[in-house]
Design a protein around this ligand. Structure first.
Ligand code: GUN
Length: 285
């Protein structure tokens, strides 16, 4: 039987509608408009497309946004100065530095320079620590979006066997923590994992964040599993695709996210939700 397609575009639209309604209320009742600054340095990979999508989403929900597109000749100190400007400006509620940065810039130093109260990516170590401790904080947008998708489709998490392929700070690690928080049994796999398919094929929920087209073949997938594809790759014909061999895996999975139209739109929608949260918190709301 063919898998149910998990429609990230539709759920993202729903999340954005919720944020929009909340922003309207905030404006009417408090005269407050949330504001996000996105700092982009140079034109690394698909960053320009991602940043454009974030700006567009802000317009849709009623969040003010500024893109600070800086030249790739900028020095580390100059970039840290820009971040500090955002930290000091009370009219700015959320700040993010689009990653990756050019090689001469230190991503960790930039992430750490953003005020934890404005860290809508949830990458600052203070917020990572809060998340790990199960405290309220900014949850990184991609894992938060995946949790929302699983909830919208009523995928049972309590006691479920979950396998995450990838251990990045942006996706793999926070994904594992979020699933654990909901009482799943979580295994994190990576490039050193032995006999990967023997591990992944135990999963009720399989999350792949590898970044290689055709990586997840049917032998990786337990029949009836829910398959979440986080990647954005180009195949040999230049066509956008994820990690998962979609057609073949759809035949055995119970539900699956497409690429595009799965996790991607959820990441941006969740960012809007984090910006709203940052603005509310700045007014102790
Ligand atoms: N690059 C790829 N994904 C992300 C993200 O979620 N946030 C930032 N800042 N950069 C990214």
């Amino acid at each position: 039987m063919a898998a149910k397609i998990i429609d990230g575009k539709a759920v993202a639209a729903k999340v954005k509608e919720e944020v929009k309604a909340a922003c309207t209320k905030l404006k009417e009742e408090r005269g407050l408009i949330p504001k996000l600054v996105v700092i982009q340095v140079g034109d690394m990979g698909p960053s320009t497309i991602y940043v454009r999508n974030k700006k567009k989403a802000c317009e849709q929900v009623g969040i003010e946004s500024e893109i600070w597109h800086l030249p790739d000749t900028i020095t580390q100190d100059e970039l840290l100065d820009k971040i500090e400007k955002c930290n000091q400006d009370d009219s700015i509620h959320g700040v993010l530095v689009q990653l990756p940065l050019p090689a001469h810039l230190d991503e960790t130093a930039c992430t750490n320079a953003i005020s934890p109260d404005k860290d809508v990516d949830g990458f600052h170590p203070v917020n990572v620590g809060r998340m790990l401790a199960g405290q309220e904080t900014f949850i990184p947008c991609t894992p938060a979006g995946i949790m929302r998708l699983l909830d919208e489709y009523e995928v049972p998490l309590d006691g479920a066997s979950c396998v995450v392929i990838g251990r990045s700070n942006i996706v793999g690690k926070p994904m594992a923590v979020q699933l654990l928080e909901r009482n799943a049994t979580v295994t994190v796999c990576h490039s050193h994992t032995r006999d990967l398919p023997s591990v992944t094929s135990q999963a009720d929920i399989l999350v792949s964040a590898v970044g290689k087209a055709h990586f997840v073949t049917p032998e990786f997938v337990k029949p009836g599993a829910v398959v979440i594809d986080v990647a954005m790759n180009r195949d040999e014909n230049g066509k956008l695709c994820g990690d998962v061999e979609f057609e073949k895996v759809s035949e055995i999975a119970s539900a699956i996210t497409p690429v595009p139209g799965g996790v991607g739109p959820m990441t941006v929608a969740q960012l809007m939700s984090n910006c709203l949260l940052a603005a509310r918190r700045s007014f102790q709301l």
